[in-house]
Design a protein around this ligand. Structure first.
Ligand code: FE
Length: 198
């Protein structure tokens, strides 16, 4: 499979990160790049599209050598959802396959969670943003209980390696580090092989 689309996307994001734009501009331009990547569902290798019956999967597709950004494939089995969680860095979520529900939260002065705005239904091709400056706490779920959904996420750090929080309904915030499902990444750089394959 050609990795040309994913390679093009990571190089666009690297350029945006290099240009030190204000976050709002970075998110705007990053959303355009992500929208382009997810416009066609023909580039994600099956290895990184496999659901698990136990929990949603987080496949790292790429991380910048300086951990300035990462690209992750989230694979949601029927009815699966995240706990309520934060990110601590900017992030963009684009729906590649299926659809997802997202509910945003804020913490009030007592630290209690309150829902923020309406629940969102993100359909195929939609892109949503999170960050500490625009709202960083949410819960994401597969909108379907009978099929897999997949979203492609890009974050302003090596998201699986950073310490952040989940917010249980019945207790204080709990620190967590999400990690990744996979040990090996797609090889985006085997250019001569791709030329032979095409
Ligand atoms: Fe999230």
């Amino acid at each position: 499979m050609s990795h040309e689309k994913l390679r093009g996307f990571v190089s666009e994001i690297a350029q945006l990160v290099d240009s030190n734009l204000p976050e709002a501009h970075l998110l705007e331009k990053g959303a355009v790049a992500l929208g382009k990547l997810i416009a066609e569902d023909d580039w994600l290798p099956d290895t990184y599209a496999q659901p698990s019956p136990d929990r949603y999967q987080q496949f790292l597709l790429y991380t910048d050598a300086r951990q300035r950004f990462s690209v992750v494939s989230f694979v949601w089995g029927p009815g699966q959802q995240t706990p309520v969680h934060n990110h601590t860095v900017w992030g963009l979520v684009g729906i590649l396959r299926g659809a997802e529900g997202a509910r945003s939260y804020a913490r009030n002065d007592d630290g209690a969670l309150v829902t923020l705005g309406e629940d969102q239904l993100l359909e195929r091709g939609a892109v949503a943003a999170v960050s500490p400056s625009i709202g960083d706490i949410h819960r994401v779920s597969n909108a379907f209980d009978d099929r897999v959904s997949i979203s492609i996420h890009v974050y302003g750090a090596n998201i699986g390696g950073i310490s952040r929080h989940v917010y249980p309904a019945d207790g204080p915030p709990k620190p967590f580090i999400s990690g990744y499902t996979n040990d090996t990444l797609p090889n985006l750089w085997n250019l001569s092989k791709e030329r032979l394959d095409s």
